[in-house]
Write a protein that binds this ligand. Structure first.
Ligand code: SF4
Length: 202
């Protein structure tokens, strides 16, 4: 006979279901201590360098970085890894931004659902730069140019890499394997790929 799950476990299960409904292919819970953080991952944003470096508050050098992430990790009750699987060709097409924006929306939605359930310090992270994904048609980030608040506060979230998260290793720790080609979203495609985000439940 299985033991009744705790209220926390029930909350997490409901949040995961909600994320799947919103478009996540898979969401996995892992112990916060299993997130792999490496200072070097954040250093790569500067050298050899990313074109998004410094373009928004969600990327280095404007994010608090690995040390701050480790502090958040220590306060977290659980971590959720979110993955959206797509045909690889999509990530090399005009649809890439659409997929990445969906990823940001899903992790931000999980974060807000967790906060609504009383996990008030919960924080979400995605990938890519919000400047490139949400404000590509604007010359500047409104926050960095001090011209007002973020244009997309309900969706734009910081990049995991800027905080030193080794995404590939952390997905492995969460038990993710190669995309399952039998899933309806990717069935019949020869090559599949994924984008990933994370939520710390605090
Ligand atoms: S205004 Fe645009 S670039 Fe600046 S933080 Fe918000 S989404 Fe990112």
């Amino acid at each position: 006979m299985s033991l009744p799950s705790s209220l926390f476990d029930q909350d997490i299960a409901e949040i995961i279901n909600k994320a799947r409904f919103a478009g996540a292919t898979e969401v996995r819970r892992l112990a916060p201590g299993d997130i792999v953080v490496e200072k070097q991952m954040a250093a790569y944003c500067r050298e050899p360098g990313c074109p998004n470096f410094g373009q928004s508050p969600s990327c280095p050098p404007h994010v608090a970085g690995p040390a701050a992430f480790v502090e958040l990790q220590g306060r977290s009750r659980a971590a959720l890894m979110v993955r959206i699987e797509v045909p690889s060709a999509v990530l090399f097409s005009d649809e890439r931004r659409e997929v990445m924006r969906l990823l940001h929306e899903i992790v931000a939605g999980i974060e807000q659902a967790a906060i609504a359930r009383g996990y008030a310090g919960s924080r979400s992270f995605a990938g890519g730069s919000c400047k490139d994904l949400f404000c590509i048609d604007h010359p500047e980030c409104r926050v960095l140019s001090e011209n007002g608040p973020c244009r997309n506060p309900d969706a734009a979230r910081p990049s995991m890499s800027g905080f030193g998260v080794n995404v590939a290793k952390t997905l492995e720790m969460a038990g993710f394997t190669e995309p399952d080609k039998t899933r309806p979203a990717v069935k019949g495609e020869e090559a599949t790929s994924w984008v990933a985000g994370m939520v710390l439940i605090i």
